[in-house]
Design a protein around this ligand. Sequence first.
Ligand code: MG
Length: 469
Amino acid sequence: MTTRGGSRPNIVLINCDDLGYGDLGCYGSTKNATPVLDALAASGMRFTTFYMASPVCSPSRAALLTGCYPPRIGFGSFDGLPVLFPGQGLGLPDTEETIATVLSRVGYRTQMVGKWHCGDQPDFLPTRHGFDHYFGLPYSNDMGRQVNPPSILDWLPPLPLLSDEVVVEQQPNQASLTERYVEECLRFLRADDERPFFLYLAHLYVHLPIYVTVEALAASRNGPYGAAVGAIDWATGVLLDALDELGLRENTIVIFTSDNGSLGDAAPPWGSTTSVGGSNLPLRGAKGSTWEGGLRVPAIVSWPGTVPRGVVNDDLHRSLDLFPTLATLAGATCTDEFAIDGVDVSACWTNGAPTPVSTFAYYRQNSLEAVRDAQFKLHVAKGNERFDALYDLSVDPGETVDIALDHPAAVASLAAVADEVRRRLGDERLDIVGSECRPIGRVLNPKPLTAYDPDHPYVVAEYDLPDKG
Ligand code: MG
């Protein structure tokens, strides 16, 4: 067995798009077949109480990579929009460190494949944030040319597929994109290079519109959604198989998660009237909301021989903690120039230590909507409206019974937590400016990476599904 990477572990981080808490077999799904992911969970640690820092894409992804709540790095909203759109002059500035920046600095080779969504202008791309190479879509797969777009989105340019910083294809066939992503990952894993590596695979699935292969659809019990989940499962299996073949499985940390909750099982907000097919059960709410279903997501860490097998971890854990944790395990340190919100939880992974995380703040854009501790969750707002409710998540993860009147001490304790969070990270609803917030990156004269040209030989001129979301 080789120990390529030496004493430092390789890292494979797999992030899905809009995969819900209840979408995997190991999280209770009876609709989607996920044998590989169920086995991955059994091989390591499965988290039942793991949060992304936002219920939507751009803020969630920037938080995952930087270990910062989105408002800390200017990623709460984007000139008023909830996520970044094509050609916006905003993005993650190079003054912010990412997991890739830090790992690259200590000798890791790094690659990102898939959805970026932290800024599409050259200054903001993955190659400017510690990744040696990049292949993928710089933003969501519903931000290309589609039939019958909502009128507010009918201006979107052709969907660009990037290699490093170059548009290599416009309007790619989305049904084949996951296979192409996997090929790119395999090339990276198999490279003849002794350095340890960091691979970040960010799937386009299961964000709408969902295009899948004929084979995946035939194998699905849950329509295109189940087929997309099946493709994620298949892709994981191919990568794990390659690590086994290379003798690297025991020296590689594999992390699997999702950027935010599913839209759920209703019809999409724009587009077709058929059910999306997703599930956040047993949680309440969906993508975009600060109910549990918006931010609590599946999370698995597998590192055979180091992370114990078959552990179900119910403690409070957050995507924010991946950055300092992976840096620690790689023998790197985050520079102290800027404060981050994440903390090192490596002892929880390797030694079963209790979580050092005592609270979590639920932001929607730049407004604080809820806070939780180990047991209780206090809602303080929904949208621009005040909304008061207390739930005991230890017995009521579905947030069904407001118990605020019965637990004034818990309400007071969490209200104090909310005030402290607001002081540091702000609360737009209350006109509170956070003392620790840093500005988002801006460039002058931004422009979309593509422009529609009726004479261009697009593979797919207009995606024929109208679904967005
Ligand atoms: Mg998403």
